[in-house]
Design a protein around this ligand. Structure first.
Ligand SMILES: Cc1cc2nc3c(=O)[nH]c(=O)nc-3n(C[C@H](O)[C@H](O)[C@H](O)COP(=O)(O)OP(=O)(O)OC[C@H]3O[C@@H](n4cnc5c(N)ncnc54)[C@H](O)[C@@H]3O)c2cc1C
Length: 571
């Protein structure tokens, strides 16, 4: 087996992974960093972000306002020390990106322009038209290439953390092109593997977002935190789930029902004056209620409502939202200049993830996590749009620096037990390749998983269906170890990758269902029909799900509240 040795290993070449890599080599001029990614880094999901990245910039804005908006948006489940650090670092990180070449859009005076976003009380979302993720990822990727000490391992699929003596010391990765296993050793590991939207059938997420890092950490005994909080974005295209960015509402777009009524203005959905710029959880629920009341429009993929940009005019749409126009024309057959866009709520983002502290450190020495795969936690029960890209920068950088510090003080130790584990993993993967004796089909299990997750853990949740999802997921966990595979080839064997991803999703989905069923209240994105009110007395805590051989074990962890005491969340 090929063995590679570095100071730290970063899994993930998206926004968080690249930012961590740059921070690590800048913090230690001699450090050597492995950057491992299952796809070429520019194909990471960060590339598809459209709307923007939040950070205080306007004169009428303040760090305190960003702090309060984020904590309130989280329905008071965010750790407030993390939010404080985040809002303070956000403008610095976004300015740094400017210096590295990110082409932020400008206002008439030539300053960085900021746009309005949901749940934010001031304009503070930096943007580059509506292709923000593309420009940010490009900037990070190009900057990373200035450092030859960042060594890339593209198209290497990490399948296991190598742990010895209670410390993580590297990863086992499947080389997608050759089909062989490799051991990539380092004295610290950062997981920056992104979200897990593909546990659900209807999502804005790319096919690669299968919660791999969450599953790797979970199986190594690390808790997954706040997994019940799954964000539905209010405006996805029916059928494909392609995102129509919140920037379209930030620029003045209206949400209307079949009668052309702006129901977020005319009816009481708790968003108050914010109307279309209310937070995502509330707007998604409002749309579902309009549809349930028969005021939706019938379509081949179910009922939907409309996003209306017509009054913005062609010039503004072309300047600020050109990509929205392209997507609408290509995937919905409508030109937003002259027609409203069909939209419905769609799974978009995981507030939960690998339990870390403010440094990105997990309970396993040497293991760090950052970006969407981590739960630091600054998003609590509901993330505000445009906080996530900035989170990747702020906490990616912090994890990179802390991991390098840890690595400096850690000893290499004997490699033998690590290589033995990697060898064992190679044997497991070999057994799976083209494994014809199994009785289960990948597609069948995936279908059943996605169906039960949509039914049990949708925009609105009921105790009965959540418990049914828990039951189905436990059963699928058993069945996924008996997969039948057809393809025994080594080169670019995508079937085996799909099987590995499915097993990861099954673990993550089960954790989501278990955490959801236990939270008998409604908070943020977790809207429970049997318990409609928030219940701070019993549930103002993070939930932790830990892997045990007998199934998931549920625990709780206190929320850090510094100066913003929980109050009723209304706008
Ligand atoms: C369509 C869309 C639009 C969005 N728009 C916005 C927006 O405007 N503003 C905002 O703030 N947020 C937005 N978000 C959310 C935000 O883009 C993501 O949360 C963020 O980009 C995640 O970055 P990341 O670095 O954590 O992960 P990703 O960018 O998803 O990268 C994950 C990386 O991990 C690697 N990886 C995963 N598993 C493995 C494995 N097993 N082995 C090796 N490598 C692995 C992948 O190859 C990839 O490089 C949007 C999300 C979507 C889906």
């Amino acid at each position: 087996m090929e063995v590679f040795r570095h100071d730290i290993v970063i899994v993930g070449g998206g926004g968080a992974g690249l930012r961590a890599a740059i921070a690590a080599v800048e913090a230690d001029p001699k450090a050597s960093v492995a950057l491992v990614s299952k796809v070429y880094p520019m194909r990471s999901h960060t590339v598809s972000a459209e709307g923007g990245a939040a950070g205080v910039a306007a004169p009428d804005d303040s760090l305190e306002m960003h702090f309060k908006d984020t904590v309130k948006g989280s329905d008071f489940l965010a750790d407030q020390d993390c939010v404080d650090y985040f809002v303070e670092q956000a403008p610095k990180e976004l300015t740094l990106l400017e210096h590295w070449g990110c082409p932020w859009s400008r206002d008439e005076e030539g300053r960085v322009a900021v746009r309005a976003f949901g749940g934010m009380t001031a304009k503070r979302t930096w943007f580059a038209a509506d292709k923000v993720g593309f420009h940010m990822l490009h900037t990070l990727f190009q900057t990373s290439m200035r450092y030859d000490r960042i060594v890339r391992y593209d198209e290497q699929f990490v399948t296991k953390l190598l742990v010895d003596g209670g410390v993580v010391k590297g990863v086992a990765a499947l080389d997608v092109r050759e089909g062989t296993m490799r051991a990539i050793l380092g004295r610290a590991v950062i997981l920056a593997t992104g979200g897990a939207g593909k546990c659900f059938p209807f999502t804005t997420n790319g096919t690669i977002k299968t919660g791999d890092g969450m599953a790797l950490a979970y199986r190594a005994g690390i808790a997954l935190k706040d997994m019940e909080f799954v964000q539905y974005h209010p405006t996805g295209l029916p059928g494909t789930g392609i995102l129509i960015t919140e920037a379209s509402r930030g620029e003045g777009g209206h949400v209307i029902n079949a009668q052309g009524e702006r129901f977020l203005v005319t009816r009481d959905y708790g968003v108050g004056q914010k109307a279309e710029l209310g937070p995502r959880d509330m707007i998604s629920r409002a749309i579902m209620q309009e549809i349930a009341a028969g005021r939706g429009i019938k379509g081949p993929y179910g009922d939907y409502v409309h996003l209306d940009l017509r009054h913005l005019g062609e010039a503004k749409i072309m300047e600020r939202l050109p990509f929205v126009r392209t997507l609408s024309k290509t995937y919905a057959g409508v030109d937003p200049v002259s027609e409203p866009i069909p939209i419905r709520p769609v799974v978009h983002y995981m507030m939960g993830g690998i339990d870390t502290n403010i440094d990105g450190a997990t309970a396993l020495p040497g293991l760090y996590a950052a970006g969407e795969t981590a739960c630091v936690s600054m998003n609590g029960a509901n993330r505000l749009g445009s906080n996530s890209l900035t989170e990747c920068l702020v906490f990616g950088a912090r994890a990179g620096i802390r991991a390098i510090e840890f690595a400096r003080g850690a000893s290499v130790g004997s490699e033998a037990p690590l290589l033995a584990q990697a060898q064992e993993e190679a044997t497991r993967i070999e057994d799976l390749r083209g494994r014809r004796k199994g009785g289960e089909k990948i597609a069948q299990i995936r279908r059943e998983m996605q169906k039960t997750m949509e039914e049990g853990c949708g925009v609105y949740r009921e105790q009965a269906s959540m418990h049914e999802s828990v039951r189905v997921m436990a059963q699928l966990r058993g069945r996924v170890s008996d997969l039948q595979l057809e393809d025994a080839s080594k080169v670019f064997n995508t079937e085996i990758l799909t099987a590995l991803e499915l097993a990861n999703m099954v673990d993550v989905a089960e954790a989501i269902a278990v955490a959801a069923a236990a939270r008998r209240e409604s908070r943020g994105a977790h809207a429970c029909s049997d318990y409609k009110a928030r219940n701070d007395q019993e549930f103002l805590h993070h939930s932790l799900v830990t892997f045990t051989p007998g199934g998931p074990h549920l625990d709780r962890k206190p929320v850090t509240i510094t100066r913003f005491q929980p109050e009723e969340r209304k706008y």
